[in-house]
Design a protein around this ligand. Structure first.
Ligand code: GAR
Length: 199
């Protein structure tokens, strides 16, 4: 059997994308295993999902006054111990410094619910929805990209796909459609990365 790629997934919240990854590993859709899930939020529901899947979890909250570099060095040490092939940011809502990124060059992958160069940062879905309501855009999208540096939601694009708005559709339903697209695109990208890394 082929060696499974080792994934460490970083989360901050619900973890629906983490769930998509766990499911894809479970069914063999991707040739990978999640060897650890790290959250910077103790109450992130994604931690429950990871535990249910029997995956090792870790909570690493930033302490009051802690330097970003210090936090990132500790995070990098903990993740290095898990020996990952890929570090997946699946709803990880902290900007990582080079202290961390320099330890995993070309190995950190981020998911963002917008197209390259648009709606970087938090609440991208809501902000794109408002922009559509204001007639500023007629579509948005989802992207998966490498994280080379401290830029927010920017880096070499691995995959992107557009999604249209539907007249009269409430935000909640649009969000649900967008999340379904995210889950598919993220899995397709991980599948491509992990089969490539075995060549
Ligand atoms: C996802 O929509 C992801 O694209 C977004 O956080 C959400 C996490 O959902 N990430 C960003 O906005 C990064 N800037 P999940 O916890 O259910 O996977």
């Amino acid at each position: 059997m082929d060696k499974l790629s080792r994934l460490v997934v970083l989360i901050s919240g619900n973890g629906s994308n983490l769930q998509a990854i766990l499911d894809a590993c479970q069914t063999g859709r991707v040739s990978a295993q999640v060897v650890g899930v790290v959250s910077n939020q103790a109450l992130a529901y994604g931690l429950v999902r990871a535990k249910q899947a029997g995956v090792e979890t870790m909570i690493l909250e930033r302490t009051r006054g802690q330097e970003r570099n210090t936090y990132d060095a500790i995070l990098a040490d903990k993740i290095t111990a898990l020996n990952p092939d890929w570090v997946i940011l699946a709803g990880w809502m902290r900007i990582l410094t080079m202290e961390f990124l320099g330890r995993f060059p070309n190995r950190v992958v981020n998911l963002h619910p917008a197209l390259p160069g648009t709606f970087a940062g938090t609440h991208a879905i809501e902000r794109s929805f408002v922009a559509w309501q204001n007639g500023e855009i007629d579509h948005t999208g989802v992207m998966v990209h490498l994280v080379p540096d401290e830029g927010v939601d920017v880096g070499p694009v691995l995959a992107k796909e557009e999604i249209s708005f539907i007249e009269g559709e409430p935000l909640e339903q649009f969000e649900q459609r967008l999340h379904e697209l995210e889950h598919r695109l993220l899995i397709e990208t991980i599948q491509a990365l992990t089969s490539r890394s075995k060549e």
